[in-house]
Design a binder for this molecule. Structure first.
Ligand SMILES: Nc1ncnc2c1ncn2[C@@H]1O[C@H](COP(=O)(O)OP(=O)(O)OP(=O)(O)O)[C@@H](O)[C@H]1O
Ligand SMILES: [Mg+2]
Length: 285
């Protein structure tokens, strides 16, 4: 099977008011990879996401699923949306049922699954986001972070192959962000392809296997975070570079090379460990 689980080929999209939100956008989401989608406000990230699961249809260009051109039939769209789950930025635009349990059951019920399977999937999905204890709680009484988890559970209950999350960390406190990162790690380890739009460059740098940088409705750059996030044109488009990359660069100007065993640190913990290793080396007579 090809690595490309979803691909956009020369996709352009205009909103009904005439805004050209995507212009000749071509990009690939690779199977079982952690992909970060970056780009300034208005670059087209959300619009692109809405194409990945068929909520929007290209004005021109094509969507491919497993290298097969996608047909926008009713059955095709149903299947696409069950396999490519999307978690919206604002949980209130996604939740609509009275209780947590009802909301998470909605997707599997629509798939026409039997009651036992639905119960199992809902219980597993709520367990995965640590919300099992709040299954009967009214959705409108949940905190923002809890609502966000319920949205993720709703997508998990569909047992998708790909999960797309639009700014999942926005509005979450540090502990919730850490927990969500752990949930995403478990899903990724279980073979799910994860795509996240984020403005948090440090998170993207530490988390992603591949990064896609969007600009003015098209793809500006793609590659591993360490390969592309230091390119000047990418720095200009995003307005900044990851802090860790900046620290590594500053240290290199002082003659301190953190590249041990060919690896550059990508997370704060790795950075601290690399600095400690270099310091120890230099202290050793
Ligand atoms: N419903 C809509 N109708 C008209 N124009 C829209 C609509 N939604 C988005 N746009 C426009 O499309 C362009 C791309 O917007 P989009 O929301 O995809 O950007 P984004 O990269 O997700 O930005 P952000 O980082 O702010 O979330 C923008 O110019 C925006 O104004
Ligand atoms: Mg957006």
């Amino acid at each position: 099977m090809s690595d490309a689980i979803i691909r956009l080929e020369n996709v352009s999209y205009r909103y009904p008011d005439g805004t050209a939100a995507l212009t000749d956008c071509s990009l690939t989401i690779n199977r079982n990879k952690r992909t970060a989608v970056l780009g300034a406000n208005g670059a087209g990230k959300t619009t692109m996401f809405l194409h990945l699961n068929g909520i929007l249809q290209p004005s021109s260009g094509r969507l491919f699923r497993d290298d097969i051109p996608f047909e926008y039939s009713r059955t095709g769209l149903r299947k696409l949306r069950s396999k490519v789950g999307m978690v919206f930025q604002n949980p209130d635009s996604q939740l609509f049922s009275a209780s947590v349990q009802e909301d998470v059951s909605f997707g599997p019920m629509n798939l026409g699954l039997d009651t036992t399977t639905i119960r199992r999937r809902v219980a597993e999905a709520l367990g995965a986001v640590a919300m099992a204890g709040l299954a009967d709680k009214p959705v409108h009484n949940l905190s923002y972070g809890q609502k966000k988890r319920v949205c993720i559970a709703g997508v998990l209950a569909m047992e998708p192959e790909v999960i797309i999350l639009d700014e999942p960390m926005a509005g979450l406190d540090a502990a919730m962000q850490e927990e969500l990162t752990a949930v995403l790690e478990r899903l990724h380890a279980g073979g799910i392809t994860i795509v996240i739009a984020t403005h948090d460059l440090d998170f993207a740098y530490g988390w992603a296997d591949q990064a896609l940088v969007m600009q003015s409705g098209g793809l500006l750059a793609h590659g591993t975070p360490e390969d592309i996030l230091l390119r000047p044109e990418v720095g200009n488009a995003l307005g900044t570079i990851p802090q860790i990359a900046e620290i590594i660069h500053s240290l290199s100007l002082l003659g301190i090379d953190l590249r041990g065993n060919g690896y550059l640190p990508r997370t704060r913990n790795e950075l601290v460990a690399a600095i400690a290793a270099v310091t120890t080396r230099e202290d050793t007579p």
